[in-house]
Write a protein that binds this ligand. Structure first.
Ligand SMILES: [Zn+2]
Ligand SMILES: [Zn+2]
Length: 133
């Protein structure tokens, strides 16, 4: 098995449980529009917005995430800078925070960023703690 270069190893910021399993990040989810509770399995690959879920999440629907282990919310107070939706924060193996948007279709929805090179460099720096000049 080839280990993908940019597999994100993320943890719960509250209980430190490892959330990455088999290239997916498994999270408890709450659909804001309908109040439905379920599970979302996000791709753990950098910039990959694929997700599997048992919830009926349509484009533009917002989801808040919770840790499946300690069940505390992962939503931070600052909303998404692109769509104003709920922003979730998990912790990278390096200890740095990784934030992503809970709204499907938002460009901040993918784990780790928005697919542009600056974001990618920034993430790599944070993953591997490369100091800035
Ligand atoms: Zn937790
Ligand atoms: Zn957003």
């Amino acid at each position: 098995m080839n280990q993908p270069l940019l597999l994100l190893d993320v943890r719960c910021p509250n209980c430190q449980a490892a959330l990455t399993t088999n290239e997916q990040v498994v999270l408890g989810a709450h659909l804001v529009g309908t109040g439905q509770e379920g599970e979302v399995r996000l791709s753990a690959l950098f910039g990959d917005s694929r997700a599997e879920t048992d919830l009926a999440i349509g484009d533009g629907d917002a989801v808040t995430y919770a840790c499946p282990v300690c069940e505390r919310t992962l939503t931070v107070e600052t909303p998404c800078r692109f769509c104003g939706g709920p922003l979730a924060s998990v912790t990278l193996a390096s200890g740095e925070p990784l934030e992503f948007c809970g709204r499907k279709g938002c460009r901040g929805h993918a784990l780790g960023g928005y697919g542009d090179l600056d974001e990618m460099t920034d993430l790599l720096n944070r993953m591997f703690k490369i100091p800035h000049d």
